[in-house]
Design a protein around this ligand. Structure first.
Ligand code: EPZ
Length: 421
């Protein structure tokens, strides 16, 4: 199994190009099921998760071509299956989002319930309520969702989400685009990935208003057309490298980004004493000061501090001057990186959904492992800032969501390499 080996202490200097957003790309791929014409996605990140989604789509009959460069071409001219098995869905939750498009286009679908995962229970009740509001009949049987649309297909409806769930909002938007009439989603999630999906669905012919705000209106269409769409830059990859530079020290410019998608992080980094200079599609992160200031954060839906950058920020605060309180409000079990960071010398105590991080003078390298993607990368960040050697095991978590992580960091002077046994 691969490991990432880091010799800590090198400052980072240079430029890192940011890839397309994993969490947008996976839903944009699902949107390709809504049309029998060709969909071209540009700026697609090459990740284990996107390859995995491609495998599922291929089983449903979608023809997929990767390349050249970061392009992916999807052709769902004929859908040959409406079944997504447990084996496929349990490995990656985002595959569950094929349910709505299959139902909207084919009138029926059978998709495995995803089940919980390391960071929380993550039910899909809101996804199912949204589809029911569009007329779907839903039955749960032996761990599967069996869904059927009314005879004439899905019909537009009113969806009022009790929580602004990203997945449920995306799911509702996907299905509503091929439903008859108007759908209104209230308390919709406002993450930039929703605006990206709205833009693509609009280019395909659905009339989508307000995507990326808390009220989304969609005029569904009988059929949708093909499209060429460029995936929005990954705000979490951006946040991760910005925090890495803050932790290791140095001067790095991140390019191909949307600075307005990370305002809460820029604010937190500036408070910590890190210099943040945003340009049109760049950000320059500089840490010159010796000591970072402790900053409290609370994760919130967008535009608040993202839960997907919480682990990385905790690694940074491990080296700050003073104590930082980190509150996680989105997922109930998202502090599994805390004991691993402690192996590197961090002083962290967890009480329910709150972690108190008391900054230490230095971290020291150690072998570590993590149980999810963002937790793993927080260990990489800590390893870059630590003295000595850190070995991060279970690299497959990192490969799910970070494109060429070692190459991007090594390009800025990090002493980091992948080793296979
Ligand atoms: C998306 O997950 C992302 N995943 C997550 O990124 C991200 O952390 C999350 O949004 C929040 O920003 C993908 O896009 C593939 P939610 P999602 O529905 O859609 C509860 C990463 O590391 N909930 O907004 O699953 C749920 O349990 C991943 O890249 C229900 O109760 O997030 C959670 O506590 C991790 N019922 C909260 O809402 C539902 O039907 C937020 O979930 C749906 C959600």
């Amino acid at each position: 199994m691969d490991r990432i080996v880091i010799q800590g202490g090198a400052r980072l200097n240079g430029t890192i190009g940011i890839s397309g957003a994993k969490n947008s790309a996976l839903k944009l791929m699902a949107a390709a099921l809504l049309t029998d014409e060709t969909v071209v996605l540009e700026n697609m990140p090459r990740l284990a998760d996107s390859r995995y989604m491609a495998q599922l789509m291929a089983r449903l009959g979608v023809q997929i071509e990767e390349g050249p460069g970061s392009r992916m071409t999807l052709d769902a001219g004929t859908i040959t299956g409406v079944f997504a098995s447990y084996d496929l869905v349990r490995k990656m939750r985002a595959t569950f989002n094929v349910l709505g498009p299959l139902l909207a286009r084919e009138g029926r679908a059978k998709v495995s319930l995803p089940g919980g995962c390391a960071i929380g229970a993550r039910p899909v009740d809101l996804h199912l309520k949204a589809l029911e509001a569009l007329g779907a009949q839903i039955e749960l049987s032996e761990g599967y969702v069996i869904a059927e649309a009314p005879k004439g297909g899905l019909v537009g409806g009113e969806i009022d989400l009790p929580f602004a769930s990203v997945g449920a909002t995306e799911h509702a938007m996907l299905a509503a685009s091929l439903a008859r009439g108007e759908t209104v989603i209230e308390n919709a999630a406002r993450e930039p990935e929703l605006a990206d999906l709205g833009e693509m669905l609009t280019s395909m012919g659905a009339l989508v208003e307000g995507a990326g705000t808390s009220t989304v209106k969609i005029q569904g269409q009988k059929s949708l057309s093909g499209v060429t769409h460029s995936v929005v830059p990954d705000r979490i990859e951006t946040a991760t490298y910005a925090i890495a530079v803050a932790a290791a020290g140095g001067d790095v410019t991140l390019t191909g980004i949307r600075p307005d998608h990370n305002k809460s992080l820029w604010h937190a980094l500036s408070e910590a004493g890190v210099s943040v200079e945003t340009g049109t599609d760049t950000v320059r992160i500089m840490r010159k000061a010796d000591k970072l200031k402790a900053v409290d954060i609370e994760t919130q839906p967008f535009p608040g501090f993202p839960t997907d950058a919480q682990a990385q920020f905790m690694a940074l605060m491990a080296l700050a001057d003073g104590a930082s309180v980190i509150r996680e409000t989105i997922f109930e079990n998202r502090f599994m990186h805390a004991p691993e960071l402690a192996r590197l010398g961090a002083d962290i105590s967890v009480h329910g959904n709150e972690a108190i991080v008391r900054g230490v003078d230095a971290l020291r390298g150690a072998p570590v492992m993590a149980t999810d993607l963002r937790a793993s990368v927080s260990l990489v960040i800590a390893g870059l800032a630590a003295e000595g050697e850190t070995v991060v095991n279970r690299v497959y978590h990192l490969d799910r969501g970070f494109e060429r992580l070692e190459a991007k960091l090594a390009g800025c002077g990090a002493q980091i390499e992948r080793r296979s046994d």
